[in-house]
Design a protein around this ligand. Sequence first.
Ligand SMILES: Nc1ncnc2c1ncn2[C@@H]1O[C@H](COP(=O)(O)OP(=O)(O)OP(=O)(O)O)[C@@H](O)[C@H]1O
Ligand SMILES: [Mg+2]
Length: 171
Amino acid sequence: MTLHLATADATHALGSQLGNTVQPGQILALSGDLGAGKTTLTQGIAVGLGITARVTSPTFTLINQYEPGTRRLLLVHIDTYRLGDSATTPLAEAAGLGLDEILTDAALSDDHTDGAVVVIEWAERIAELLPPHTLYITLTPVPSDPDARTATLTTSSPEVAALLRELAPSE
Ligand SMILES: Nc1ncnc2c1ncn2[C@@H]1O[C@H](COP(=O)(O)OP(=O)(O)OP(=O)(O)O)[C@@H](O)[C@H]1O
Ligand SMILES: [Mg+2]
């Protein structure tokens, strides 16, 4: 599915729709260059999950966790941009940080959450770790309009694809 996002608000609104509809354990793999709008989309996802804390760019912290809001889903926000800066590969460092466990355990509930939603910026750097139900979202600039982006959403999961079809087309 391809969407035209005319402004940063449209990107935020798409995130909010996603946050409203995602199921526990959903992995959202975001790709797109610096400033493409990955964090803007994530801020919308947090709003859709009913999380009131402000989502910031985790570039220097790698992983930020936000306590569940009205949807009782924990938001795990990962930015792999700096992964592999030390003398190791991104995948080896991801394993050392337990990213594979975060991905496989995301659907597990406990006393205060119904599970987690995991959003990964620069997800292509850990492509091998991503499960089949991952929703891939790529944001690309529109050459003729600095405020616009194109979003392509793909998944190999029929269930996640069905959820996508319920999203109202963005203006
Ligand atoms: N249609 C749009 N969608 C998203 N952001 C937009 C759009 N138009 C303009 N912008 C601007 O582009 C910037 C996107 O920044 P953002 O931090 O979300 O990008 P990013 O992909 O997370 O970058 P980084 O790779 O550095 O983490 C913001 O300043 C935002 O206002
Ligand atoms: Mg970012």
